[in-house]
Ligand binder design. Structure first.
Ligand code: ZN
Length: 161
């Protein structure tokens, strides 16, 4: 288990477009495990590779309901509906902002054996997938928000993505 250093807003690496994964090597597996460890340690529901300084198209998500999800070279292939809610990000600590996103997405991805796999999500899972996939294109949720970042209220319990 290894916790990696989370990159914060202002770090240029968060604005870069990530490259596709070409093979799952031992270091890829280690990265994915470390990403889960780092996400759980920070009490987040999702983490993308650039958030730990790696410009590869990999995300991990666990909304604490259903199985954790690993996305490798993910693409949103279908989306529908709309949801508006407060969102947070481990790279923008202590802040939230309201973001409108699709309520349903279908994502094509690769599994750990590089075989194609499809995930569908609604609500929070759909939000998390859209948020994390945005990271792979250098987009922070603030760019999609309807308002500037606000300070997270102390008493609010928020699981950051
Ligand atoms: Zn984020």
């Amino acid at each position: 288990m290894a916790i990696r250093k989370i990159r914060y807003i202002g770090d240029d690496i968060l604005k870069k477009k990530c490259k596709p994964v070409k093979a799952i090597t031992d270091s890829t597996k280690e990265l994915i495990q470390d990403m889960f460890d780092t996400m759980y340690e920070a009490n987040g529901v999702g983490l993308a590779a650039p958030q730990v300084g790696i410009l590869r198209r990999i995300c991990v998500i666990d909304i604490r309901e259903g199985d954790p999800v690993v996305l490798i070279n993910p693409e949103i292939v279908e989306s529908s509906g709309e949801q508006t809610d407060e969102e947070g990000c481990l790279s923008v600590p202590g802040k939230v902002a309201e973001v409108t996103r699709a309520n349903y997405v279908k994502v094509s991805s690769l599994d750990m054996d590089m075989n194609p796999v499809t995930y569908e999500g609604e609500g929070l899972l759909a939000r998390a997938m859209q948020h994390e996939i945005d990271h792979l294109d250098g987009i922070l949720y603030g760019e999609r928000a309807s308002e500037p970042y606000r300070d997270l209220e102390e008493e609010e319990e928020w699981e950051e993505e």
